[in-house]
Design a protein around this ligand. Structure first.
Ligand code: ADE
Length: 407
């Protein structure tokens, strides 16, 4: 319902004070005035607030989703009612999903805001005709950055892109606390099952995996981590988690959540080893972390156990459950990250767009977010939260910048 979408946008906006406070800065900068911005992000309330902020700063925004299942249709309708070109819809088939991505590119963008690199990939493959206009872009997520760095290595990336994901004010909070909380929002909404006392396997101990494991532990789960990186594996053990190989973890798991950014993390040979009732969910960007095709081909039958819970009846009588068709569980089944978290990520997005449009001569490639933007957002968040921190005295500043004082 459109009415409901407006309420969701208002609620999110009221809990995104940093982004709200940027409006006068963006308007005064003027960099967005009449610029065409094409966006592929999860179209839900917080994203809507970002898109409206850019629109208020003078940009002409065209937006669609970066995932066929993550759109909040109420919000998408409300955005359309506010005059935005919004092509997102929940439950798009592959063809409609790509038609929508191409639709936002037909806008002829000066700037791209991507989450997962699908738009930028299209521009560099089937839509190269539009490349000439593009001044640059932003990428929101780890998976998109992996693809962009691969494009950069192969020297095919044709414009500058800010690596929003690696800004401290993004990944420390969004990937860790955002994914930590919203993954459980998705799992709870889908299953209504208890986590306490269960064996909860987290695949991947990056910032997202750390957040999921931390929250699972807080809820009383017996948490197991799987990793391929020796350093992260040691970190997980020192954080108090059991670390084991997936081949062993699947045998004891009640829940398995993937957050690796890689494919086939839960693979064909794992299914025969799983306990009856094991629940599988994915919190990584793409739906290939859990090999759902193999699961489907091995199952005797499939059934909808609940909304967003598919049951796979195996030949030996066990049932394995897959949430949200293996797509990002926090958005396909939950409401995405909390508004206060997306406030930080999307403030970085808005300031990076403003910076790049003000500096159109940046070299093609993947660029780190300037420290001044990270610090600005951190300071603004503290100010708006009423939290004061200490300042270095002149003596301390001198001490920290010298090298002659010792024992
Ligand atoms: N809401 C909007 N974008 C999101 C993202 N990338 N992750 C989680 N929630 C979101």
């Amino acid at each position: 319902m459109t009415e409901e979408g407006h309420k969701k946008l208002d609620w999110a906006a009221a809990h995104m004070p940093v982004l709200q406070s940027l409006k006068p800065i963006l308007i005064e900068s003027g960099a967005m005035k009449d610029k065409k911005i094409s966006m592929a992000l999860h179209v839900e309330a917080k994203t809507g607030v970002l898109a409206l902020t850019l629109q208020e700063a003078g940009a002409k925004v065209s937006i669609t989703s970066c995932n066929p299942l993550s759109t909040d249709d109420d919000v998408a309708n409300a955005l359309r009612e506010k005059g935005m070109d919004c092509r997102a819809a929940c439950n798009q088939c592959n063809e409609d999903y790509y038609a929508a991505l191409n639709g936002v590119l037909d806008h002829g963008p000066d700037f791209i805001i991507d989450d997962g690199c699908d738009l930028i990939k299209l521009l560099h493959t089937t839509r190269t005709d539009l490349m000439g206009n593009v001044i640059g872009g932003n990428e929101e997520t780890t998976t998109g950055i992996v693809r962009l760095k691969s494009m950069e290595r192969e020297k095919v990336l044709k414009f500058p892109v800010f690596n929003v994901n690696d800004a401290y004010m993004k990944h420390l909070f969004d990937n860790r606390y955002g994914t930590g909380q919203s993954t459980f929002d998705g799992i709870m909404t889908a299953t209504n099952l208890v986590v306490a006392g269960k064996v909860f396997v987290v695949a991947g101990y990056g910032w997202c995996g750390r957040g999921i494991a931390m929250r699972a532990k807080g809820m009383g789960a017996n948490v197991v981590v799987t990793e391929i990186d020796p350093v992260k594996a040691i970190e997980a053990t020192m954080d108090g988690f059991r670390v084991m190989q997936m081949d062993d973890a699947v045998e004891i798991a009640d829940f398995i959540v993937t957050a690796t950014g890689n494919c086939d993390v839960v693979a064909q040979h794992h299914y025969p080893m799983m306990k009856d009732g094991c629940v599988l969910a994915n919190s990584g960007h793409f739906d290939n972390e859990i090999d759902k095709n193999a699961l489907s081909s091995m199952a005797q039958s499939e059934f909808d156990a609940r909304y967003n819970v598919k049951g796979y009846k195996m030949l030996d009588g066990r049932t394995i459950y897959l949430l949200a068709d293996g797509r990002l569980v926090n958005l396909a089944s939950g409401q995405g990250h909390p508004a206060e978290i997306m406030d930080l990520s999307f403030s970085i997005q808005a300031l990076c767009a403003d910076y790049l449009l003000n500096n159109p001569d940046m070299m093609p490639g993947v660029h780190g977010v300037p420290d001044e933007i990270d610090l600005f957002v951190a300071k603004r968040k503290l100010e708006l939260s009423g939290v004061k921190i200490d300042k270095l005295t002149p003596k301390q500043e001198e001490y920290m910048s010298g090298w002659k004082e010792g024992t």
